[in-house]
Design a protein around this ligand. Sequence first.
Ligand SMILES: *Cc1c(COP(=O)(O)O)cnc(C)c1O
Length: 413
Amino acid sequence: MTDQSATTGVTDRPHGTGVAGTTASTTGPIGSTDTPILDHLDRRAPSSPCLVLDLAVVRRRHEQLRSALPDARICYAVKANPMPEVVAELVRLGASFDVASTGEIDLCLRQGAAAENLSYGNTIKKRADIAYAHECGVRLFATDSEPDLDAIADSAPGASVFCRVHVDNTGSRTPFGRKFGCRPDHAARLLTRARELGLDAYGVSFHIGSQQLEPDAWEHGLAAVRDVFEQVAGLDVRMVNIGGGLPAAHTDDAPELADYAARIESSLDDHFGSARPELLIEPGRYLVGDAGVVRSEVVLATEDREPDRRWIYLDVGRYRGLAETEGEAIGYRIRTSRDGDPVGPAVLAGPTCDGDDVLYQHTLYDMPITLRAGDHVDLLSAGAYTASYSSVCFNGFPPLATHCFDSERRERP
Ligand SMILES: *Cc1c(COP(=O)(O)O)cnc(C)c1O
């Protein structure tokens, strides 16, 4: 990943105009959403750094997805951005929600979501949390292992379950690795067992990795789902959950939503024909990514440290919302308050005393050579997986508690 971007040398687009901010002024693959947010930022001048989200963009993306895949039930993956206003807006639009923890369940219920519109999509959960969800009225659970399935059967008797299969994440900028999902034959066994345990063996899910740039990726997932369906004929397994993965307008060239939708529709036809199962989709990044801009400020801009490489240090970094720059996986489009001035390549880094708090050093960004402390640097399409990683409650899990002790002092009895 890192090596690849080292040679790719992605910079502002279109390349070679010699003017900063051309990245920001391109509309990106999904249509420009930046201008109202930037205007808002300039008018309100909130203190830096901050993320500003435009709910209108969330509404537009939701509507676009609904028209592109009219049969799909849209479950917003709350972890992408758990702002209560975002959840409330999506409740108003009739969306469902993919939740991963009791914290996210509480959040959605507080914002008016109905429990039957929540899908507990995390395959890793404590019995007590399953019981809590069930008590709240949640009736839909993901699973990919026997112990988790048994826990669901015990703590949420009669619930509907879907089994997550592992599929290849090639084409994703932030793949899931092997953390989630089982093989299709294992999924078939789990669904059979679910039925024996008195659960509703409802469906099969997969996730082809976030910021997936290859519409064909869903074909692999749907082929795996079909494989499971064939093995469980007679069990009334009747839903396919095609996960998230739809892109936001980062620096990579992502296809249009219509291309993804066409590929998904044709794969559904190929594999299921007229016996199409119910369809569920779990967009996270697609709904909120383009709805947000992170405004930051230059703390320090050095002269060339190495030949042809200035270092520009911002007041945001890896630990304050830009976690997805790890491995330079996500390349944000950037706009600065000195766009139009001559540019030169720069390394972008965060402000902390951590050597890993560097945003882009292999992917060189062309930045105005006039940039100095106090100037704005805006990261566009940064509404997903920024504030939520930076928050003290990522994914609804409270922050790690800190306990202090002194090994040279005796504990009080
Ligand atoms: C994070 C997550 C999503 C959302 O993925 P995006 O790539 O942001 O669309 C969907 N489903 C599950 C189970 C997830 O964990």
